[in-house]
Design a protein around this ligand. Structure first.
Ligand SMILES: N[C@@H](CCC(=O)N[C@@H](CS)C(=O)NCC(=O)O)C(=O)O
Length: 201
């Protein structure tokens, strides 16, 4: 058994974790959990993640869950030497934590709101409209940053680009107004073109 095992399902919240493992070149085992047939509710899987969700990852058999937590842990553990994640104690590390969390939590909350309005069949109701406005404001912040520097942390690509880019890329499909932001669009194209983003996950 490999040191690291990723429990995943294609085209899910596990996809950016699989991409991060590829980007970092981490040897691991992948176990597919078919969330369409309820495998995620089997007792052996719930013992690893009581939420019954992918991604779930084990390290030497010890489980962890939540894509953002896993991605930041992978960066800390495997990315510092290669320059894909900033060392703890540096200003860049503070920015890495801040922007990664911003994408999943702050931007993500508005995405959930927009998705809920769409699921109800009322994408233009008060929630949907407010969510699109808030996403636009958040994208304006991101666009300003990426207008000043090519990558999230400055002159070089890092795992923060993969993390933030995964959320922004997904948001295009939900209907977030990403196309209005030219620097974000250009950066997203570069992030999505990386070999690590082409894997079958
Ligand atoms: N906040 C969690 C979300 C995980 C999640 O919702 N995973 C979905 C797939 S995208 C899942 O496993 N769904 C199965 C279910 O809800 O039964 C994360 O980022 O890891």
């Amino acid at each position: 058994m490999s040191n690291i095992v990723l429990y995943w399902h294609p085209m899910s919240s596990a996809t950016p974790v699989a991409c991060a493992l590829a980007e970092l070149g981490v040897t691991h085992e992948r176990v597919k959990v078919d969330i369409t047939t309820g495998e995620q509710r089997r007792p052996d899987f719930l013992a690893l993640n009581p939420n019954g969700k992918v991604p779930t990852m084990t390290v030497e058999g010890a489980p962890m869950f939540e894509a953002l937590a896993i991605e930041m842990w992978l960066g800390e553990q495997y990315g510092v030497k290669s320059g894909l994640w900033p060392a703890t104690g540096t200003p860049a590390h503070l920015q890495a934590m801040a922007w990664s969390t911003w994408s999943y939590v702050t931007y993500g909350a508005q995405l959930v709101r927009l998705q809920a309005a769409k699921d109800l069949g009322t994408p233009d109701d008060a929630h949907g409209t407010a969510a699109r406005k808030n996403l636009d404001e958040l994208l304006t912040l991101l666009d300003a940053r990426l207008g000043q520097q090519p990558w999230m942390l400055g002159e070089a690509y890092s795992l923060v680009d993969l993390i933030v880019g995964s959320v922004i890329g997904y948001s295009v499909y939900i209907g977030a107004p990403v196309q209005k932001h030219p620097h974000v669009m250009a950066w997203l194209g570069k992030v999505q073109a990386r070999p690590s983003m082409q894997i079958d996950a």
